[in-house]
Write a protein that binds this ligand. Sequence first.
Ligand code: SF4
Length: 79
Amino acid sequence: MNTTWRDDALCREVDTELFMPEVGGSTAEAKRVCMACEVRRHCLEYAIDAQEPYGVWGGVGQQELRRLIRARRAEQEAA
Ligand code: SF4
């Protein structure tokens, strides 16, 4: 899996704890950073493929990421 996109990740420049909030904690600030990140699509694709179990990836939190992972799995099963 190519992860060279991480070199350009905007979250490298901010407090990474923003991206791993406590259960029930706000993800708003992390998502705001993601929206300005030029590798957001690569990051989201990676998180879906890797089924990342924690944190904010590609501008989405865990609830949305779980939904995208299920949708990807359904697509693959239908193919
Ligand atoms: S989209 Fe967000 S989590 Fe992903 S690399 Fe960019 S800033 Fe980091």
